[in-house]
Design a protein around this ligand. Structure first.
Ligand code: ZN
Length: 94
């Protein structure tokens, strides 16, 4: 059977799954969805946009919290983008 290019691999065991599958039938691993990754990326952008001015224009603990929030926001964006790229490259490998 020829695998459709729209199928994705399980993040845990690599078994081919349809994009609608939320949980792998082989190992039971919950699959990430583009919607969730998009939400994480949007949340990261929002967090960075709120936190960077907080870190830049305030002092003391609030500034530290602002820089921490900005760092977490950027990490969320990078994490979502990296996972999206990983999913795309997994699809090409099929
Ligand atoms: Zn699996």
């Amino acid at each position: 059977m020829i695998e459709s290019s729209s199928r994705i691999g399980c993040i845990n065991c690599g078994e081919s799954l349809s994009p609608e599958t939320r949980r792998c039938p082989h190992c039971g691993e919950l699959q990430p969805t583009p919607l969730i990754d998009g939400g994480i990326a949007v949340g990261g952008v929002f967090l960075a946009l709120v936190s960077i001015p907080l870190g830049a224009f305030t002092e003391g603990l609030i500034a530290i919290a602002g820089y921490g929030g900005a760092f977490i926001g950027v990490a969320m964006i990078l994490g979502a983008v990296t996972r999206y790229i990983d999913i795309q490259s997994d699809r090409k490998r099929d």
